[in-house]
Design a protein around this ligand. Structure first.
Ligand code: NAD
Ligand code: UD1
Length: 336
């Protein structure tokens, strides 16, 4: 298939190009580079041996999006484009709602006009809020999102569900990602956050490389085995491979389908710190800080549905995630 990746220069998008190429698909990327660099696509070219077609454009720009669909015959779209910093979304709600919602609306309209009705959406475990069931299955009711970023994911899921109901020709897969970390084993592509990282793994790698003094552990009084927050970390290459399997579901005319993409294992913040130190032989100085607003104690999934219906399951464990995250950071201490 010929797949359009919106936001394809970003962290998950760049790794997904590699997996799509491996599976024999062709890729076109559109990205406005608001949170990424074209260098990631040059690095991908080194891995797969060819440059993928890239259009620098904002997905909210219908003229540019129409031009892409006029130029390329697109069979399916994977929509990675979006702003994703939780704290920033609280400070700039209008920008987040405007970007994430409008980009998706423009894209869906352009797709419909070109009779391309196959869509994969990057959703998030954040739609479960403080989950009612652990491990989280797809049947777990959605919960209260505490920030505008999470609300854009939850609202767009509803939009997509209604769209598919109104026009069953659409095949729409909502992929609820748990916590992607790690990098491609080559060390050429990886997570490259702007400024001070918000998420745990990039903060750990930047501390280990000496860019940050110490990791702040946000709370050690949660109702978890060691008191620190527990999450379902998943290797970004496993996550990327999940998109290839989702395309197979689309090919089988799945209608609407929802899948958790996680490993099913929960690791605490201190588990991750220890695993990182063990895998890489480096120290990660840390100190306990107050809880971060909006955080929950425990979030990990039951990935059985994706295994049963997509034949997908995570291959990599926490050691490989830590090894590959460090490999990218070491090779790219200043990012791309
Ligand atoms: P990322 O920021 O690295 O990639 C997103 C890309 O979208 C960036 O390259 C950015 O430049 C681009 N973009 C943003 N708005 C755009 C617009 N209007 N037009 C064109 N391009 C635009 O983030 P990522 O980690 O690769 O995440 C990809 C998707 O997965 C996002 O939608 C994110 O919300 C979702 N997601 C990520 C995580 C995570 O932990 N990384 C977890 C759950 C869901
Ligand atoms: C966060 C977002 C979530 C988003 C996900 C992936 C919040 C509340 N949630 O999830 O919406 O989908 O990222 O982008 O921000 N931690 C520390 N010190 C740090 C950073 C994190 O102790 O410097 C802890 C957190 O408290 C948490 C765990 O590490 O227990 C994981 O945090 P993080 O990587 O930010 O992911 P989530 O909070 O799960």
């Amino acid at each position: 298939m010929n797949i359009l990746l919106t936001g394809g220069a970003g962290y998950i998008g760049s790794h997904t190009i590699v997996e799509l190429d491996k599976a024999g698909h062709s890729v076109v990327v559109v990205d406005n580079l608001v949170n990424s660099s074209e260098e990631s696509l040059n690095r991908v070219a080194k891995i797969i041996g060819k440059q993928v077609p890239f259009v620098k454009a904002d997905v909210r720009d219908a003229v540019s999006m129409n031009a892409i669909f006029d130029k390329y015959k697109i069979d399916a779209v994977i929509n990675f484009a979006g702003l994703k910093a939780v704290g920033e979304s609280v400070a700039k709600p209008l920008e987040y709602y405007e970007n994430n919602m409008n980009a998706c609306f423009v894209l869906l309209n352009v797709m419909r006009k070109h009779n391309c009705k196959n869509f994969i959406f990057s959703s998030s475990a954040t739609v479960y809020g403080d989950p009612a069931i652990i491990p989280i299955t797809e049947e777990c009711p959605k919960g209260e999102c505490t920030n505008p970023y999470g609300k854009t994911k939850s609202m767009l899921e509803e939009v997509l569900i209604d769209l598919q109901k109104a026009d069953p020709e659409w095949n729409i897969v909502l992929l609820r990602y748990f916590n992607p970390i790690g990098a491609h084993e080559s060390g050429l592509i990886g997570e490259n956050p702007n400024g001070i990282p918000n998420n745990l793994m990039p903060y750990i790698t930047q501390t280990a490389v000496g860019l940050r003094k110490e990791l702040g552990v946000f709370g050690n009084d949660y109702d978890t085995p060691d008191g620190t927050g527990v999450r379902d970390y998943i290797h970004v290459c496993d996550l990327a491979a999940g998109h290839v399997c989702a395309l197979q579901a689309i090919d089988r005319k799945c209608g609407l389908a929802i899948y958790n993409l996680g490993t099913g294992h929960g690791y605490s913040v201190l588990d991750v710190v220890r695993a990182f130190e063990k895998a890489n032989g480096v120290k990660v100085p840390y100190s306990i800080k107050p809880r971060r607003a909006g955080d929950i104690a425990t979030c990990y999934c039951n990935p059985a549905k994706a295994k049963a219906e997509l034949g997908w399951e995570a291959k990599y464990g926490i050691e490989e995630m830590c090894r590959d995250a460090w490999n990218f950071q070491k090779n790219n201490p200043e990012g791309y």
